[in-house]
Unconditional design. Sequence first.
Lengths: 282, 131
Amino acid sequence: MIKIDIDKKLHGSNGEMALQVNLEIKQGDFVALSGQSGSGKTTLLRILAGLEKASGEINVFGTAWLDGKKKLPPQERGIGFVFQDYALFANMTVMQNLLYVQKDETLANHLLELTQLSELKNRYPNTLSGGQQQRVSLCRALMKRPKILLMDEPLSALDPDMRTKLQHDILTLHKEFGTTTIMVSHDPSEIYRLASRVLVLEQGKITQDGTTKEVLLHTRGSQKFTFSGELLEIIKADVIYIAVVAIGQQIVEVVVDSHEVKNFTIGQKVQVSTKAFSPSLS
Amino acid sequence: MNTIKATVTEIQNFERISFLELKTQINTLALVALEIDERVKVGTVVTLLVKATNVALAKKRVEDISLSNQLECLIKEIQIGTLLSSVTLHVEENILESIITTKSLHKLDLHVNDKAVALIKASDLSIASIE
């Protein structure tokens, strides 16, 4: 079990903010960490990695990583960290990047094989695509067989096809190495494919904590097809009304009756929902 | 609006689908949904919701039809439009609105204070809230 109970003052975009997190994570879990930028996600990962100070306790499988002011140095924590911008050593080949962390050629070859990078092991990072570089940094993060794998939006700089490939690699490695993985992500499809638990951070506090479906599937009663949107316009047409609603990057139209229409004002946030039986896919 | 209060009398679950039977004072209703909220049990009172465009009308009960819900009602108001018309119905204590084509309204020759039957598919009925 990983126990985290930490407190840290942050200077966020809306002034001072307290990052207060108290949670337990089971060994082998894959946890997605979501929330708006500035909510404290990256800081939480950096505190876990020992790269940033905080007060409180962190206990990982019986070992204290943080206990009041006593702090276990980052290199003794058994952490693998994958950053959004790969952070590979440019003057080293793929293989050298891996061996720099741990001199274990057998493991390095095994990792490169699992991620289909074996043929690129003597190449330098700047000759590789973004997706290949991120796969190398994923392999490098696993060279110490970390207890916890931390990933900070690892796939956000990649195109959709490469994302899918890397999601597969991440899942393979998570299972093969039995690591406990915490990944910052905003992408619902990515979270659904990879994680079993989702935490949502808002203003330094965890506001939602549940299974992927509990957190991501928005429902209204038994209506499983639900979106939040902004009401832009109501147009009268014959005896009915057409409500124009902005949802994300799209505009949708919803028919409302003359009684319903009285409950709404332009500009307000609305839920657009229907039963899972009604929409069609094409 | 367009809600009906009812008590759950039966729940059947199979794989991820739930089938519910519900009772109002005089009507029996059927509802199909994906994985119903676990707080809903036999005896739970729920508010059901149906979209006005999903309420069809008939002059009297229809035999030989797959549609599960037929509610006897009284027409309280009719708003006749060019293509569509809105018919306000009293079903026990509930008010339902039905939007049908004006052509159908004339074909059925519906008038205020007439009795009618509101037809709703089990999959068009949803649970809006649990009491």
